[in-house]
Design a protein around this ligand. Structure first.
Ligand SMILES: [Zn+2]
Length: 182
């Protein structure tokens, strides 16, 4: 589908967060929350740093947003994330009742919105009272960026390429992707 207004701006912040994760040797996935047209919080994967298996970008994000807005029902919050959420995150986003979730890339192994386990189709079969608007954004540049960040990261982690070099390439790709957009 088409990106919503300002979505490139929000995605840029999400990818910047993913790069931050990369720097910390965390799987590079980033997410931002938008409330009343403004970014209210930014988060990235922190599993290694926190030694917490649930510290995926989306979980860290909704915890922060709930803290900031002083409520757990995030019905007027939109989330932009660099990769299709996993089952845990998709479920948590739904439990937080976020309004919509945008992502440019499917995750065939662990994605749980449209891919492996489909929360979107489960929703049709079960009478959940809150329906999240799940939106796969059709943008080749963003899709490529997500894929390349992950590819470079895992290549470096397996020792196939120098870590700093992979990080440098990831940064260049980020700059290139958003060059004509500031
Ligand atoms: Zn997750």
């Amino acid at each position: 589908m088409e990106s919503p207004k300002n979505s490139l701006f929000y995605f840029k912040a999400a990818y910047k967060a993913a790069l931050k994760a990369f720097e910390l040797r965390e799987v590079p996935i980033g997410a931002v929350a938008v409330y009343e047209g403004r970014i209210v919080s930014i988060a990235y994967n922190l599993r290694e740093t926190l030694l917490d298996p649930t510290a995926h970008a989306e979980i860290v994000l909704i915890r922060r947003v709930s803290n900031i807005l002083k409520r757990w029902k995030l019905v007027d919050v939109d989330v932009f994330v660099t990769l299709e959420p996993c089952l845990m995150c998709a479920s948590a986003l739904k439990t937080a009742r976020v309004r919509s979730v945008y992502f440019p890339t499917l995750e065939p192994r662990f994605g749980a919105v449209f891919s492996n386990v489909s929360l979107a189709s489960l929703e049709k079969e079960h009478p959940y009272h809150h329906l999240v608007e799940w939106r796969l954004i059709d943008d080749e540049r963003l899709k490529r960026l997500t894929g390349e960040l992950l590819r470079l990261f895992f290549k470096a982690r397996r020792g196939k390429v120098d870590f700093e070099r992979a990080l440098g390439e990831a940064r260049d790709l980020f700059e290139e992707t958003f060059r004509n957009f500031s």
